[in-house]
Design a binder for this molecule. Structure first.
Ligand code: AMP
Ligand code: ZN
Length: 465
């Protein structure tokens, strides 16, 4: 398997530290809000990548943190008249609701920064003791000059970074590129005890510290959205490698952003969508197919048209699945015939091609094309003259290739019921709107499919004719 490593700017053969095991750390959300579709892309991409590693037989230890203490948290807690702790509790539970709805597999561990304060203090102290960090009035800064590899992830050297530094120069820092490991308490802010007085951790140190405590000094993969490469990940490398003297992460993966109608997503442009809003209209598998149908290192444009085409694409896949399921009720032969034994190899060929694409830096876009090719193959060549074993084989392979992407996992039976319920709801709305033409059309369309609607005092019921 090959992975594009941001550290070396090239695709590299993936070799794990321990055979068969992958340690992976993904930067998670700051929990002060519902997450938006941009965040969702990053979460879905690395969830799918993790599922793919598992599909390929790896045992993956997957850590994704919650940033539950920082400036945004403090500001928002003040606005909401609540505490940082309450805000964190609330949006962590909202995170799980949306992530579960998006079929994102739960991480092995979701650590919260505030649960690691003791370890963070210890980490910062180790850096001070080794001469990589210094204290000024209760703040502790990392001295970027001391770490010779500074800039290696973003491919810049310290001099050019300093020259381009737009950060307002804090008189107390020895160098403009130095960054805070620990921040002294300001009035009204939550704070914890430390050798430098009451304070709270900086943002970068939490990830270094939790990765170190939960996964070890050197991890296989560190990932996040592309905006995090600099300065967040650069700073993580500086902290972790200064402390351990070892490589922090062997592979760095960054996923590209989502734009909306070709513009940057932002609250001021009013083109900002939460994952939750989108999931009200689109099924999670549609959203996942949409997000994985582009390469993860390519920017993705978000539009209703693109979601609608993902919806029809998924329907085409499910039609093939339900056709095969229906064939199981019609087949006349049970066991594979001689020619079918040969033909199975053709189907296996699609799996091989899928793996070849996905092994090449997780090219889910091409992986999805292979699933479409397989669907076409099956639609053309499998019918009621095929044996039960062959139909089942085809069915399993389609579902199998959907597993790492988190698509094609629903039962087609359930989806028929959901579809009917959705049409009934649409008809009720049409009646409320006095749109009789639409309401009659929905009833007639359903009747043509053998579904009879009955208006009862308890609401609308349906039955098969
Ligand atoms: P945050 O809560 O802002 O720290 O972001 C959580 C994760 O979402 C990080 O990995 C970010 O890089 C990622 N992210 C933020 N905005 C976008 C976007 N528009 N598109 C893709 N990923 C994003
Ligand atoms: Zn991080």
């Amino acid at each position: 398997m090959k992975i594009y490593n941001t550290l070396t700017n090239q695709k590299e053969e993936f070799k794990t530290i321990r055979p068969g095991e992958v340690s992976m750390y993904v930067c998670g959300p700051t929990v002060y809000n519902f997450f938006h579709i941009g965040n969702a892309r990053t979460f879905v991409v690395f969830d799918a990548f993790r599922r793919y590693l598992e599909y390929r037989g790896y045992n993956v230890k997957f850590v994704q943190n919650f940033t539950d203490i920082d400036d945004k948290m403090i500001k928002r807690a003040n606005e909401e008249n609540s505490t940082v702790k309450e805000l964190g509790d609330k949006y962590i539970s909202e995170y799980y609701k949306d992530a579960d709805a998006l079929k994102i597999k739960r991480a092995t561990i979701n650590p919260r920064a505030t649960e690691f304060i003791g370890e963070i203090v210890e980490f910062v102290k180790a850096l001070v003791d080794k001469g990589y960090a210094y204290e000024v009035d209760g703040d502790v800064y990392f001295s970027t000059k001391k770490f010779h590899g500074y800039g290696k992830l973003s491919g810049q050297d310290l001099e050019s970074l300093q020259a381009g530094a737009r950060i307002s120069v804090d008189e107390r820092k020895k160098d403009p590129m130095d960054f805070a490991l620990w921040k002294a308490q300001k009035p009204g802010e939550p704070a914890w005890e430390s050798p430098w007085g009451m304070g709270r951790p900086g943002w970068h140190i939490e990830c270094s510290c939790m990765a170190y405590n939960l996964l070890g000094e050197t991890i296989d993969i560190h990932a996040g959205g592309e905006d995090l490469a600099f300065p967040h990940h650069e700073n993580e490398i500086a902290q972790s490698e200064s402390r351990s003297g070892k490589t922090f992460a062997n592979y760095w993966m960054h996923s590209a952003f989502i734009n909306v109608n070709n513009q940057k997503m932002s609250k001021s442009l009013n083109n900002f969508f939460t994952a939750r809003e989108i999931l009200e209209t689109y099924d999670a598998e549609v959203v996942r197919l949409f997000m994985l149908s582009g390469h993860y290192r390519t920017q993705l444009n978000f539009s209703v048209d693109l979601l609608d085409s993902a919806k029809s694409a998924l329907e085409r896949m499910y039609n093939a699945v339900s056709n095969l399921e229906n064939l199981l009720g019609e087949v006349k032969i049970e066991k594979l015939t001689g020619s079918e034994i040969e033909y199975k190899k053709v189907l296996d060929g699609y799996r091989d091609r899928y793996i070849e694409k996905m092994d090449d830096d997780f090219n889910s876009a091409d992986g999805i094309s292979v699933i479409f090719d397989l669907v076409r193959e099956v639609n053309t060549n499998i019918n009621s003259d095929s044996s039960r074993e062959l139909v089942e084989y085809a069915l399993n392979i389609i579902r199998e290739l959907g597993t790492p992407l988190g698509i094609l996992q629903k039962s087609t039976k359930g989806s028929l019921e959901e579809e009917i319920e959705a049409l009934i709801a649409e008809r009720q709305q049409a009646r409320k709107d006095k749109n009789w033409a639409l309401s009659d059309k929905i009833r007639d369309d359903l009747k043509a499919r053998g579904i009879i609607l009955e208006d009862t005092p308890q609401g609308v019921r349906w039955k098969k004719a």
